[in-house]
Design a protein around this ligand. Structure first.
Ligand SMILES: Cc1ncc(COP(=O)(O)O)c(C=O)c1O
Length: 398
């Protein structure tokens, strides 16, 4: 296997080669797929050493497998973390990462606009176990500091946020949180390590829905956590495995395959998304465009500081309220109406009725998720075709 990380490699070489290489058996360049659940040991002592962690190895499929290990090492290297953990979905990564640092009586500060199911987890499941949360405007680090209580243990943020692309200053927030001994967990799904490195900016753990850009082909549900070896080992052994959230070898293999083109895909998503955002900004039927690459974005400076480019998601409000938004979405011909994002196909969705329907309407309003808000995951098609589709749908709706 090639070295985990060669410091002289540029990013695309790193993406292709890091933690992956010809196998000792047969020189296979492609990562082997090992679906084994059980592993044979040379002796009871050997089994004991692996289970206790004294020796490297896998003892049972619920704790990992060699294909998954290759994925975990690759994403950990790309994020600049010590260790990675592959899980069965982004929500598995988020729930396990949060539970690892929380117990009954603890408190979480979470950014206001957050993926709908993260909000639901913190608002419905976590309180059943005595964990409370406050949803705070994290664009203002003073607000965050004011919300910290004696029992606050975690600051959880998502940047840019889903769906209104609020950008949070990771470095600034990590300083405030660490001053009070909080763990900082960042959902970096919209960025991937190609565009943003939260650990280098001070985060303790980065979580991803690998279902999205990391895999990039819309055919796998997966999650990844990256952080210190100590934290990742703890989550693997005491949370992920006990909750049964492991990722299968088949799915890990597909994410590894998708990852190889991450750089190419992200460049194209970002370039087209900027063109789409500029087109929408100048269209008379559009009320508002959310895209961190537009100079009009309220956190444009922060985005420029911590993100390589601005990502593939563009959200916008149409004039004319709910019926106009629905009409516009229904008139699109190229874009598919779908919940996911980060796929080769352009996907469109209505957050208030789809991804963020789990959030009560009054809470949605506080997070700018209005009835006329539309989220577009800009695909890998040619920019002209995506823009032509938007134009014909807008002209039909108005
Ligand atoms: C930002 C973000 N985080 C987490 C998730 C959850 O990921 P998964 O669907 O893989 O559980 C999503 C899903 O859309 C997301 O957009």
């Amino acid at each position: 296997m090639s070295p985990i990380k060669n410091v002289n490699w540029q990013v695309n070489t790193e993406i292709v080669h890091t933690a992956q290489g010809p196998s000792k058996e047969g020189g296979m360049i492609t990562q082997g797929l090992y679906p084994a659940v059980g592993y044979a040991f040379q002796s009871i002592e050997h089994a004991e050493a692996v289970v206790s962690g004294k020796e490297e190895g896998v003892h049972y499929g619920r704790y990992g497998n060699p294909t998954l290990k290759a994925l975990e090492e690759k994403v950990a290297a790309l994020e600049g973390g010590e260790a990675g953990l592959g899980l069965s979905s982004g929500m598995a990564a988020i729930s396990s990462a949060l539970l690892a640092f929380l117990k009954q009586g603890d408190h979480v500060i979470c950014t206001k606009d957050i993926y709908g199911n993260t909000f639901k987890f913190l608002n419905t499941m976590a309180p059943r176990f005595g964990i409370t949360s406050d949803f705070v405007d994290c664009t203002n680090s003073q607000e965050v500091e004011k919300a910290i209580r004696e029992n606050t243990k975690v600051l959880f943020i998502e940047t840019p946020s889903n769906p209104v692309l609020t950008v949070l200053d990771i470095e600034k927030l990590a300083i405030v949180a660490h001053k009070h001994g909080l763990k900082v967990i960042i959902d970096s799904t919209f960025m991937t390590p190609y565009l943003q490195k939260p650990l280098e900016l001070g985060a303790d753990l980065v979580v991803h829905s690998a279902t999205k850009y990391l895999n990039g082909h819309g055919d796998v549900l997966a999650g990844i956590i990256v952080g210190s070896k100590k934290d990742v080992d703890n989550i693997r052994k005491n949370f992920m495995a006990d909750l049964g959230q492991s990722l299968s070898a088949w799915d890990a293999f597909l994410v590894l395959r998708g990852l190889k083109t991450l750089g190419l895909r992200m460049e194209k998503h970002c370039q087209t998304a900027l063109e789409v955002a500029e087109f929408l900004s100048s269209h008379p039927a559009i009320k508002k465009v959310y895209y961190p690459g537009l100079t009009t974005h309220p956190q444009y400076e922060v985005a420029q500081k911590q993100m390589k480019h601005s990502g593939g998601i563009v959200s916008f409000e149409v004039k004319g309220g709910l019926s106009a938004a629905k009409e516009m979405i229904n008139a699109l011909k190229l874009a598919f109406i779908s919940f996911s994002l980060g796929d080769p196909e352009t996907l469109v969705q209505h957050p208030a009725s789809m991804t963020h329907a789990a959030i009560p309407a009054e809470e949605r309003a506080k997070s700018k998720i209005t009835d006329e808000l539309i989220r577009l995951s800009v695909g890998l098609e040619d920019a002209k075709d995506i823009i032509d589709d938007l134009e014909q749908a807008l002209s039909k709706a108005y």
